[in-house]
Design a protein around this ligand. Sequence first.
Ligand SMILES: NC(=O)c1ccc[n+]([C@@H]2O[C@H](COP(=O)([O-])OP(=O)(O)OC[C@H]3O[C@@H](n4cnc5c(N)ncnc54)[C@H](OP(=O)(O)O)[C@@H]3O)[C@@H](O)[C@H]2O)c1
Length: 282
Amino acid sequence: MPELTIPNITLHDGVEIPQLGLGVVHVPPEEAQGVVEDALDVGYRHIDTAASYRSEAAVGAALAASDLSREEVFVTTRLWNAEQSYDSTLKAFEATLDRLGFEHVDLCLIHWPVLSESRSLNTWRASERILEEGRARTIGVSNCRVEDLERLEAETDTRPTVHQVELHSRLQQVELRRLHAEYRIVTGAWSPLAQRDLLADETIGEIAVRHGKSPAQTILRWHVQLGNVAIPKSVTAERIRENIEIFDFKLSKEEMATISEADAAMATGRTVFPASGGAGRI
Ligand SMILES: NC(=O)c1ccc[n+]([C@@H]2O[C@H](COP(=O)([O-])OP(=O)(O)OC[C@H]3O[C@@H](n4cnc5c(N)ncnc54)[C@H](OP(=O)(O)O)[C@@H]3O)[C@@H](O)[C@H]2O)c1
């Protein structure tokens, strides 16, 4: 079966990130290796994991079992909330590398900003050190508000290259995406399929039929054309393959607008958990 090629986006520090990756949240650790192997077999070169997903060891094992070199696969991981602050972040990151069996990750994200501003800033300073030491090729954040990004910009020396947030046509994150464009931060879209909620959408279904594609492929194509990095999760081999087969068609300008506008009543420019710091939610 021929492999599919996924385009890269160049981040503001020059690192290249594949625009589509496989997310592995809620994949039981004992299944995760097989799922990641399926994805690598059909051409995925970007895997999105996190310390809190308990799948880092399986991701590392899948890569080790493949014919691919470490350099051929982009691996993102996230530092969990409980480990935030300078020293605890460095210690937690060591454990992440041990579980993955890697000397470095490609992208290291802070999973959620925490309520204490100094703790979040110290966690970011630890991420900067991880970057300087070459143990992450690039660093970013997740689930921030506009003011969190502005504070990082004002008070630290390194600008995140990626900001990963919940994003789909029903939660379009307009204000954040505007700031991302200004700062040249790439938008990572988590729950890009709205955890299946969008798959029965009539408008998306009509556009999908026109292109001979599935609703999931149509939504993922919408993400790609917006310039997002999308990381759909699936444990199902056929869907893993389906989700990558989105680089052989193009939505028209009108179709892009229709998808965005059809959900305009529900879409907002806010972050999902503006004040909570997201504790507990992965
Ligand atoms: N930074 C953060 O705080 C954060 C938070 C949440 C998630 N994430 C990341 O984002 C990734 C994706 O988010 P998510 O899992 O919440 O939501 P999602 O990718 O929008 O949806 C996943 C669901 O869609 C189904 N699915 C996938 N492809 C499909 C297809 N082609 N047709 C029909 N159903 C399909 C999956 O089913 P099956 O698995 O049964 O096939 C699963 O139930 C996660 O894995 C994680 O890596 C990050």
